[in-house]
Design a protein around this ligand. Structure first.
Ligand code: SF4
Length: 284
């Protein structure tokens, strides 16, 4: 059965050709050695480190135990902000680095969620974003990650809440993006029955689009700035920067969706296997 993740959908939306190279041709291509890509790789490594920190905290390690490790300055700042403004409800049952999956339109849809906080009558999905600025709520509302994670959790609700899950409405599910650089500005996006019905149409169309095999269905993005943060730039011969170009160039923004190529690990793979659970939702 075909599997689809949020990063595959994002690839398809940002550059259909990138989706095709990665997922239809299964082309593995080395990352370019450029200041921009090196900065993306560094941001990716730091982000992974923060995800591991929170995962270990949720698994029961104390701050004193976690403090035994050496951290880079950015991480120390993020940890301080997490301690001061921990967004996880104290009374919730928590699980972290968990895989959600469900079948719909003969596709297995999968998502790796940073954390879920379960209360008797609601469920909060947390995603840690280590970007320099908070995301725009309107953009996050329509992002494949928000849509897929809420959709999957709604279908797995009874696995998480055996007593109350069956009667749980979509309105009881909220996606929360929390930014350690902006600890008091989380973006909270509640689900609804109307959004759930829109998502069914959306994922039905994505399933149809991604079932195509003709390469002409997957054109290259017309926006070459996307290529400047893409590992396939030396394959496509697009977006290649002169060696002198720097990550400090004025239009450089590592927080755009373009940078997704360097962050795939965060949403398509569990952080590590320690304590990670897997919940397979029922067929939709
Ligand atoms: S280099 Fe550009 S055209 Fe080629 S796959 Fe990447 S984003 Fe698409």
């Amino acid at each position: 059965m075909k599997q689809i993740s949020q990063s595959q959908i994002l690839d398809y939306q940002v550059c259909p050709w990138r989706y095709y190279l990665k997922n239809v041709r299964n082309l593995s291509w080395p990352e370019p050695i450029t200041p921009r890509y090196q900065e993306l790789a560094r941001a990716s490594r730091l982000g992974k480190s923060f995800h591991q920190f929170v995962h270990r905290y949720i698994q029961g390690m104390t701050f004193a135990e976690l403090a035994k490790q050496d951290y880079e300055p950015e991480m120390l700042n993020w940890i301080q902000n997490f301690r001061k403004s921990n967004p996880l409800p104290a009374e919730a049952r928590l699980t972290s680095e968990i895989e959600l999956a469900a079948t719909f339109e003969n596709v297995l849809w999968i998502g790796f969620v940073d954390a879920i906080a379960l209360l008797p009558d609601q469920a909060l999905i947390f995603d840690w974003k280590t970007s320099k600025k908070p995301g725009a709520p309107a953009e996050l509302q329509k992002s494949p990650q928000t849509r897929l994670y809420r959709f999957l959790l709604y279908h797995a609700r009874q696995d998480f809440l055996p007593d109350t899950g069956q009667s749980l409405k979509p309105e009881a599910i909220t996606m929360v993006y929390w930014y350690p650089n902006w600890p008091s500005a989380p973006v909270r996006l509640p689900y609804s029955d109307q959004l759930f019905r829109q998502d069914q149409d959306y994922f039905r169309q994505i399933a149809l689009d991604l079932s195509q095999e003709d390469p002409s269905f997957f054109p290259q993005t017309p926006d070459e700035d996307v290529c400047r943060s893409c590992r396939f730039q030396t394959f496509c011969r697009r977006g290649i920067q002169p060696q002198a170009a720097s990550a400090d160039e004025p239009d450089w923004n590592p927080d755009t969706a373009y940078a997704q190529d360097a962050f795939d690990f965060m949403d398509d793979e569990p952080m590590d296997s320690d304590g990670a659970e897997s919940v397979l939702g029922p067929g939709i």
